[in-house]
Structure formats: structure tokens, C-alpha cells
Write a protein that binds this ligand. Structure first.
Ligand code: GDP
Length: 600
């Protein structure tokens, strides 16, 4: 059965849920603060309600802030609910029925700074979840020469600046529009956008002076009213659906879940199903908690109990057995439905979020289901296989899991926004398991990729170190320093890399003859380990006598074992120098004259 099967008529429009995303320091927190603060400025603070994890801004407050831009009569949506924790991290946590929980998003971009890694990352997440968004081009007050005036609409604000300031700002704004279009998103200044479903509106603003904030609220309200009204029609009396934002200990209540309710009503004593592993939790609501208004907070009582909460709203739910609840997991009130049916709904939703893993690969931990999913899907795009993925801090058993990966670099844990327990960190060090931690997905993956490259380079070097390298050299005339035991002669390297302790061969006719072992190399009286093309050095060769097995003017070669020759030819050709390659092919040619399959 689907959740929509039950027949009640939609009786109300809920508040659209708004999330704020963007690169660090671009002004997400400031913007949220400004929106809350502007309301205070308008003397409407009482009308703004602080929920758990979110702030409700009612239509009247918005129209006060927006002035002539918003006529409340044009709207029947009740206002906007802003999620308080900015950042795409919390955004991807907040999901409903497999999509994004936020109905609409604000992508904050610093006009001076343009697109940055987290801006791109946020856009990818918005695209993946098909979430409509507008761009807040923030910090317009920092354009040199800007003349501020608190809280006015941005078009008015811009038009009252000098031509120079306007032109500088325009350059920055068009830069942002250009960056959007390079991501195949058609965008324009919001006042030129006719159809917000086709084009993304850019709102220039300042979270500092409040300039442009009225415009932002107007555009958000207009967009929601125009394009989301259908989705906002809910049966408020129906059983609640929500998403866990955070699992937290709350004094006096044990483990509680901060939850955003996006559909229906939740009441004290309701039976709820909460997403968890391996099985969903079934429990009864003991208390619904909301923050107390600031003035009423006493030391030990931050929260007040409420009898019920109607969507859309954030609430702290206290109930027994919530220890294994997971951030990002669904919450459902059972209501008059069969418990089994509701369990199925929750299981199915969890399965949708579940990430796919493979036989071989890295181990991944993230703080919430949503972020885990985002991380794993980005890894997939980067063709990094994942063997195990889970929500929660990195524990010793994750290290044990990572250790079972076959290749050295895959014995790694990628930890996104979680802690690494001390014993896990110790174990990882002891077992040489790579630990990568970051709270930006892109950075996390990048540091892992760098590590993989380093390992691969080191392995390559190791192989080259242990493999016999090709070299060809010639005994110089009049350079016999010692006849035998060992023979010491002057040579010139004709090509390749000559190293000490190499066996030496001569090709005479169609036969190769090992003539002895080259023990030492001397360059102007100094012992050296190797000599390269063009160098003239003295070498000692154990075995032959000059004038018998070897003589001045002879061409000699470093003997390459057949296995090494094969590896050099088939796997390492790009890792050796051009002249080594040439010597190798001459060497192979000589062998293959006798045996066409030598070294193949
Ligand atoms: P977040 O990391 O995206 O939440 O960024 P914050 O809101 O913490 O802002 C980062 C810094 O930029 C802070 O020092 C803010 O005071 C400053 N800031 C944010 N918005 C503006 C703005 O519109 N104008 C100016 N001048 N500074 C701003």
C-alpha cells in the first residue's frame, strides 16, 4: 500500500521547507541570521517561531520585510520554514520519500569569490535531488565604494550606486551567471527571469546590510506559491511523516531524535516507526519538545513540552529505545494503519537510500544516511569501488573490515564528518589501514586519490629498483688496467643504465656468452653505483681475461633475465628512458634472432 492511499481530503497548505547551501564563509549563517534579525527589526519577532532545527517565518512577517514586493493577498501558503543548519551536509541528510526534504534551496555564492569547490558540490546535490533553487549573490556591500542602506530591495540599492560600483558588481554577477551556464544551467538576474522553472534567478544581496533580503524572500515565496502549491497540499490531520535530523541525548529524556515533520500531525503517545538497522524501531512518543522562547529559558529547562506538532515543523521527539535511530532516517506515525504496513513503508524508504557496495573496495563511514549516499555515489562517479558503507563513527570493526581488502590502497577508510574512535585509530595505524577524514566530500576523495597515486608510484619505483635495467657498453682501446682476477677496463656506456653487480654478456655470432660479473664501477677514481649513456668509467669484471674472453673494442651487454625482459617490454616501457628502451629492443632483437619467442 502507498501512503497516499488513505482517502482523507487534503485540507491545508503546508509551509515550504527551505535549505541554505554554499561554500564555507560565503555567508550562509549570516543570511539565516539576517532573515531572523530582519523580522525582529520589523517588530515582528513574536511571529517568528524557533523550532527544533528550523525557523518558521510566517507570510505576514515576510510581507512586512518585503514591503511593496509582497502583497499577502496574492499568497495562500503560510510562510517559509528555514532549516537552521546550513550546508549541503545537512541538506543531503534531510530527505523525504527518497527525495530532498527541502522543497527549495538557496545557493549562497560570495560575489568576490565566485564558484568554489563546495558550490560545485552543492549544485551536484541539487541536480541529483532535482531541487529547485535560487542563487543568493552575497556580500554586494563589499564592492569598493558601495553605499549601504539597511534592508532595501537590491534593485533600488544597485541603482543608487555610482556607475563604477554598478559596473564592478555587474562584472561579478555575470561571472556567476557564466559559471552557472558552464554547468548547463540557464540563469539570469531574478528580475529578468520570466519562468523560474526554466531559469535560475540570481538575487544580489548582502547578509550584512540586509540589502536584497526582501527580494530573496519575495522570490522564494513567489516560486513556492507558483510552482509548489500542489506539493504543499497535505492532510494535516493524517499521521505524521518526518525525517530524523539528529540523534541526541537530552537531559531528562535520554536519547531523543530531532525531527522535521513534513506531513500530517504527530501527538504525544503516538506509536511511531523510526528507521534503523537492522530493523526499524517501533516505539511510543513520550514527549514532544520545542525550544522555549529565549526569555523563559531557565538553566535546566531549555525545552517545553507540546501536545502535538503539525507539518511542516521541527520537533524533538522523546521516546524509549531510540539509541539506534539514524540521522537521515524516516519517521512515521502509525495512526490508524496496520503496523506491518508502516514498517514496510519505512523499510522500503531505507532500502531506497541504501548504498550499493562491491566485493572489493574501500570502506566508507558517514554521519548520516543521506551523506553516505551522496559520498558513495560520488565515489561511484570517480570509479572508486566501495566494499562496505555505514553510518556512524569509525570503530575497530571498520578497520578489521578495511583490512580484508585485497589491494594495499583499498585497505582504506574514508570517513565523512564522523569521529574516529581512539582504539580504531590505533588499530588502523598498527595494521597500516589508510584513514581519510574530511567534512567536504570532494576533499575527502581528493586526498584518497592522492594517496593511491603515491602508493602506485612507490610500487612502480620498487619494481624498477629490483629489475635488471638494459645497458650496452664498449671496452675502450688502450684502457686495460688489469688483465684478470678481476679484469679492469675502461668502458664507454653506449646506452642504458649500467649498475654494479650485473652479469655481463657478449653476443658473438648467434650465441650469447656470459663473460662474467661486473663488480664495481669507478668514475675518476671514485666508486659509483651506476653509469649512464655517454659516461666513461672503469669497471672490474670477475671472470674473463682481457685478450681471451674479452678484448678492447668489444661490445658488452648487461644480461637481462628473460622474466625481467618481459616485464620491461610489456609493463614498464613508459617508465624507462628512451635510450634504455632502444638498448632493450636491440637486446631483444639479438635474442629473438635465435629464439623468436624469447621474452614473450
Ligand atoms: P558560512 O560559513 O557560509 O555560514 O559564512 P558566515 O555566515 O559565517 O560568513 C562568513 C564571514 O563573512 C563572516 O565573517 C560574515 O560576517 C561575513 N559575511 C557574510 N555575509 C556578508 C555580507 O553580505 N557582507 C559582508 N561584508 N560580510 C559578510
Amino acid at each position: 500500500m502507498s501512503e497516499h492511499d488513505h482517502q482523507a481530503e487534503p485540507d491545508s497548505l503546508r509551509t515550504p521547507i527551505v535549505a541554505v547551501l554554499g561554500h564555507v564563509d560565503h555567508g550562509k549563517t549570516s543570511l539565516l541570521d539576517k532573515i531572523r534579525g530582519s523580522a525582529v527589526h520589523e517588530g515582528e519577532a513574536g511571529a517568528i517561531t524557533q523550532h527544533i532545527g528550523s525557523t518558521a517565518v510566517p507570510l505576514e512577517v515576510i510581507s512586512d520585510i518585503a514591503g511593496e514586493l509582497v502583497n499577502p493577498d496574492d499568497f495562500d501558503l503560510p510562510g517559509l520554514l528555514f532549516i537552521d543548519t546550513p550546508g549541503h551536509h545537512s541538506f543531503s541528510t534531510l530527505r523525504s520519500r527518497g527525495g530532498a526534504l527541502a522543497d527549495i534551496a538557496i545557493l549562497v555564492v560570495d560575489v568576490n569569490d565566485g564558484f568554489q569547490p563546495q558550490t560545485h558540490e552543492a549544485m551536484d546535490i541539487l541536480a541529483r535531488t532535482s531541487t529547485p533553487f535560487i542563487v543568493a549573490a552575497n556580500k554586494i556591500d563589499t564592492v569598493p565604494g558601495w553605499n549601504p542602506e539597511q534592508n532595501r530591495p537590491s534593485k533600488v540599492a544597485i541603482e543608487s550606486q555610482s556607475e563604477r560600483v554598478q559596473s564592478d558588481l555587474n562584472d561579478s554577477l555575470y561571472e556567476i551567471i557564466g559559471q552557472l551556464s558552464s554547468k548547463d544551467i540557464s540563469a539570469d538576474m531574478y528580475w529578468r527571469v520570466q519562468d523560474f522553472q526554466k531559469n535560475v534567478g540570481v538575487v544580489p544581496l548582502s547578509a550584512e546590510t540586509g540589502e536584497g533580503v526582501p527580494d530573496l524572500l519575495t522570490v522564494l515565496m513567489g516560486l513556492s506559491q507558483r510552482y509548489m502549491k500542489d506539493e504543499m497540499e497535505i492532510d494535516t490531520a493524517g499521521p505524521a511523516a518526518g525525517t530524523v535530523l539528529e540523534v541526541k541525548d537530552t537531559q531528562g529524556f535520554g536519547t531523543t531524535i530531532d525531527t522535521v515533520i513534513y506531513d500530517g500531525t504527530i501527538r504525544e503517545d503516538d506509536t511511531i516507526v523510526v528507521g534503523s538497522k537492522p530493523e526499524p524501531i517501533v516505539t511510543d512518543v513520550r514527549a514532544l519538545l520545542q525550544p522555549k522562547p529565549l526569555a523563559e529559558i531557565r538553566a535546566d529547562e531549555e525545552f517545553e513540552q507540546v501536545p502535538e506538532v503539525v507539518a511542516a515543523e521541527g520537533v524533538k521527539v522523546a521516546a524509549p529505545d531510540l539509541d539506534d535511530a539514524m540521522a537521515g532516517a524516516p519517521v512515521r506515525v502509525v495512526g490508524d494503519r496496520e503496523l506491518d504496513d508502516v514498517l514496510d513503508i519505512v523499510r522500503k524508504e531505507l532500502a531506497d537510500i541504501e548504498v550499493s557496495t562491491e566485493e572489493e573496495g574501500v570502506t566508507v563511514k558517514a554521519d548520516t544516511l543521506g551523506s553516505l549516499e551522496a559520498l558513495v555515489s560520488t565515489l561511484e562517479e570517480d570509479e572508486i569501488p566501495v566494499m562496505d558503507a555505514g553510518v556512524g563513527d569509525v570503530a575497530p570493526r571498520d578497520v578489521r573490515m578495511a583490512e580484508t581488502a585485497e589491494t594495499a590502497h583499498e585497505q582504506s577508510i574514508l570517513a565523512f564528518n564522523v569521529d574516529v574512535l581512539d582504539d580504531a585509530r590505533q588499530l588502523a595505524e598498527q595494521e597500516d589501514v589508510g584513514l581519510f577524514e574530511h567534512d567536504v566530500i570532494y576533499r575527502l576523495i581528493e586526498s584518497y586519490q592522492e594517496y593511491v597515486e603515491e602508493i602506485q608510484e612507490a610500487q612502480q619505483e620498487q619494481i624498477l629498483e629490483n629489475i635488471t635495467r638494459p645497458a650496452r657498453f664498449e671496452i675502450l682501446p688502450d684502457h686495460t688496467f688489469r688483465q684478470s682476477d678481476p679484469a679492469v677496463v675502461g668502458v664507454e656506456i653506449r646506452g642504458g643504465l649500467l649498475r654494479r653487480n650485473s652479469n655481463v654478456v657478449a653476443f658473438e655470432g648467434s650465441d650469447t656468452d656470459r663473460v662474467g660479473t661486473l663488480k664495481t664501477i669507478q668514475d675518476e677514481g671514485e666508486d659509483v653505483d651506476e653509469a649512464r649513456t655517454g659516461e666513461r668509467v672503469a669497471v672490474s669484471i670477475d671472470g674473463p681475461t682481457v685478450g681471451r674472453q674479452i678484448k678492447e673494442g668489444d661490445q658488452l651487454w648487461v644480461e637481462i633475465p628473460e622474466k625481467h625482459a618481459k616485464i620491461l617490454e610489456q609493463e614498464l616501457t613508459d617508465d624507462i628512458s628512451a635510450d634504455e628502451r632502444e638498448v632493450l629492443s636491440m637486446y631483444l632483437e639479438r635474442h629473438r634472432n635465435r629464439d623468436p619467442f624469447w621474452g614473450k
